[in-house]
Design a binder for this molecule. Structure first.
Ligand code: HPA
Length: 271
């Protein structure tokens, strides 16, 4: 695994003219932030050695190097989902490569279903913490000490200072922000009413099919994380309705400008 990570990092380093500290993963239907990246080069995943290829509808799948808010960044447009059939090592491979590229801070975004009854469709939820509901942990198996410890601490998986910065920027711009716990599931089914209720009972505010594997691996390597969920549908009693991928994309798309503004401003202030 280490050899492959190094090989991919070396390939990307040969294309990099800058040294970004921040990387951003753009989730389902949330690629518009990419349009704000200037001075950019875009590398399709298919051209990157050892990268899996993103298959899900709505993901164009490329790595973008450029500037956001005047700061150097690396962005992944499209991610690798467990439900697509990739194993956990493949899902999190790009995060391993990021570490070797010198990334110190990871921003993740996703679409999710709100299970907190106070939430509304189109809300942004800053992820305070997560529940790993995937059937496995990406760190299962041999540990590479040079990457991180066997038993990583997860008491602050999402960096408190970055959360505070996001709150500050949201307040300055009149953007309503929710703060909550994200339950990451394997999908690809959306939840039954009973499953939505269950996630609420065990402490989740939103549920989605990504993010948790990447954040675990980033924490393993000491990369600070910040995550935002766009609430694209609701799974709350009295309001269980049909969910579709198209609807998730449509609602995600509508709420993206708020997320883009916050992330761009954050990069500007920390990058
Ligand atoms: N459940 C799981 N994943 C999701 C949802 C949901 O309701 N909405 C968007 N992604």
């Amino acid at each position: 695994m280490l050899k492959k990570i190094k090989e991919t990092a070396d390939f990307l380093k040969s294309k990099m003219l800058t040294q970004p500290r921040v990387a951003i993963i753009l989730g389902t239907g949330l690629g518009n932030l990419a349009e704000q990246i200037t001075d950019s080069i875009s590398i399709p995943y298919g051209e990157i050695p050892n990268f899996p290829i993103s298959t899900v509808e709505g993901h164009s799948g490329c790595l973008i190097l450029g500037k956001l808010g005047g700061k150097d960044i690396l962005a992944m447009k499209g991610r690798f989902h467990y439900y697509e059939g990739y194993d956990m090592k493949q899902v999190t491979f790009p995060i391993r490569v990021m570490k070797l590229l010198g990334i110190e801070i990871l921003f993740v975004s996703n679409a999710s279903g709100g299970v907190n009854p106070a939430y509304e469709i189109g809300d942004l939820m800053v992820i305070n913490d997560h529940l790993n509901m995937f059937p496995e942990n990406p760190l299962r198996g041999q540990n590479f000490e040079e990457l991180g410890p066997r038993f990583p601490d997860m008491h602050e998986a999402y960096d408190k200072n970055l959360i505070a910065l996001a709150s500050e920027i949201a307040a300055e711009n009149g953007i309503k922000l929710q703060h909550g716990v994200y339950a990451g599931t394997q999908g690809p089914t959306f939840e039954t009413p009973s499953e939505y209720k269950y996630y609420r009972v065990i402490g989740a505010d939103a549920v989605g099919m990504s993010t948790v594997p990447e954040v675990i691996v980033a924490n393993h390597m000491g990369i600070k994380c910040f995550g935002v969920s766009i609430i694209t549908d609701l799974g709350v009693p009295g309001n269980f309705v049909e969910v579709s991928h198209e609807e998730v994309q449509r609602m995600g798309n509508a709420a993206q400008p708020k997320m883009t503004l916050i992330m761009k401003e954050m990069v500007k202030r920390i990058g």
